[in-house]
Design a protein around this ligand. Sequence first.
Ligand SMILES: Nc1ncnc2c1ncn2[C@@H]1O[C@H](COP(=O)(O)OP(=O)(O)OP(=O)(O)O)[C@@H](O)[C@H]1O
Length: 310
Amino acid sequence: MQALTVDNLTKSFGQTVALDDLSFEVKTGEVFGFLGPNGAGKSTTINVVLDFVRPTAGSVTVLGMDAQRHSRDIRKRTGVLPEGVETYDRLTARQHLEFAIDSKNADDSPEALLERVGLEDDIDRKAGGYSKGMAQRLMLAMALVGDPELLILDEPSTGLDPNGAREMREIVREENERGATVFFSSHVMGQVEAVCDRVGILRDGEMVAVDSVEGLRDSVESGTTLRVTVDRIDDDALQAVRSLRDVTDVTVEERNPPTIVATVEGSKTAVLSALEDRGIEIEDFETTEASLEDVFQSYTTGSTTGVHAR
Ligand SMILES: Nc1ncnc2c1ncn2[C@@H]1O[C@H](COP(=O)(O)OP(=O)(O)OP(=O)(O)O)[C@@H](O)[C@H]1O
């Protein structure tokens, strides 16, 4: 069974088409990263999933239930960290947790949950005095109440310092090991790379790619960067490299000795051979894989399109 199925979902706000015939699935037990630049439609998708926003067309199924007809049942089995902090200034962290535990008929210990998010020392302080990151931690603790089958985290690392972001990743991993499916949105690539089984990239309300991090890396044109240090370089050799198929963005770092930097889609040996054939001596070479940042950029600003399912 799928934990979440989004079927041909369209949402318009007046003239703005926030989601455009969006379809994708999150499998039970996986950590799915939902990526996209500002305004791509991530929060709108999550808001439809949680029935905070009604779709213009299409449907969403959560844990086998229709998102609109069974939103109450879905919420009981789902932990949500919404976008933006929504704490009650006059209530303490403990009171927030007690409220969440009551409303889910759960039996968690507020202390244990607050300890997991690093708020144990502030348990009886009013949330109105919390920093942004502390409030975010509190919201996360509330999302964990009742061991939810599905965790939906909207930009969970917002406001967190590097330690907080790392702890967040650990919690995601622990929850997943316990058996929870995790669906989280982010535009922080590092978060996604470290914990996700699969990643979906949203652009202008459409999913432009769904794949594992590795698969996405393999799929982008801005493949591998090859750096070749040579004894010398001339126009003829440079031209030979530039004219190779699968080679783009050839530049020369004029150092002593010079280094040729090229983006290579296919065989790297073709570049090395082209140079050697013209009497250039190769002193050293190294390759660097596209970072997830490059992948994201390629899918969200470049011309790369097409859905890759895996
Ligand atoms: N209530 C609303 N009324 C009008 N337009 C809206 C509303 N909510 C979202 N939009 C529009 O829908 C589009 C998608 O917004 P959404 O908030 O879903 O993006 P996002 O991917 O979550 O962005 P961010 O990373 O900035 O949070 C944007 O063009 C936004 O202006």
